[in-house]
Design a protein around this ligand. Structure first.
Ligand code: IYR
Length: 227
């Protein structure tokens, strides 16, 4: 059990990390990089079922992300029900068709060509789970008074990153899908007005035959500047 102490009326616990050898630190950082570098966004899913408990662990991991004033301003909705998945697919494809046919610029469509995306989203019915991440703009305080959360976009972005890493670590794949506009999902899932949809993430195994674009990643000197 960690040591506990009260500082200015608030409880604290002692926290430390073991000092690693230089080699162990290097090995761990390298291994984790290699592991994360093998993550890919996948659009072709298998319908193979996944235990609910795995999804629960993944969500608990996502919720370990830091957040503004530790408000954890997120809700994860998990859809397994085939009827609800179908409703989501129909509504998402309707919006996406409109986007691909008239809302997206020609530059945008050109940028997406190497990814092979289009308005069809069959994975929304095939993947065993859809996780919909909602950002909670405010909470209802006593007497229903609205209390704004802080840095909601940043916090929910971080939690979503943790979520994708946890999915990958469990040996599963995901897609960060952003049908736009996404309001339809609040209606289908009957979410309260303080929640706004952020990302729709199908989770499962890749299809037996699954292809992903042959993309590289930027080199270190393109993404980092050391001073
Ligand atoms: N939301 C659309 C379009 C799309 C946009 C971006 I930026 C992508 O990186 C991928 C797709 C869709 O999901 O197809």
């Amino acid at each position: 059990m960690p040591e506990k102490k009260i500082i200015e009326d608030h409880p604290y616990i002692s926290y430390s990390k073991p000092i690693l050898s230089d080699q162990e630190m290097l090995d761990r950082s390298q291994l984790f990089y290699k592991k994360m570098d093998s993550r890919r966004s996948v659009r072709e899913f298998a319908d193979r079922p996944i235990a609910r408990e795995v999804i629960e662990n993944i969500l608990k991991t996502a919720s370990t992300a830091p957040s503004g004033a530790h408000k954890q301003p997120w809700t994860f909705c998990v859809v397994e029900n085939p009827e609800i998945k179908k409703q989501i697919r129909i509504a998402a494809e309707e919006e996406e068709l409109e986007s691909y046919e008239s809302r997206m610029s020609s530059d945008w469509l050109d940028d997406l060509k190497p990814l092979g995306t289009d308005w069809r989203k069959p994975f929304l019915e095939i993947a065993p789970y859809l996780i919909i991440v909602f950002r909670r703009i405010y909470e209802f305080g006593p007497e229903g008074k609205k209390k704004n959360n802080y840095y909601v976009q940043e916090s929910v972005g971080l939690a979503s990153g943790f979520l994708l890493a946890a999915i990958h670590n469990a040996g599963l794949v995901s897609l960060t899908h952003t049908p736009s506009p996404m309001n339809f999902i609040s209606k289908i899932l009957n979410r309260p007005e303080n929640e706004k949809p952020f990302l729709l993430i199908p989770v499962g195994y890749p299809a037996e035959e699954c292809w992903v674009p042959d993309l590289g990643r930027k080199e270190l000197d393109e993404i980092a500047v050391f001073y």
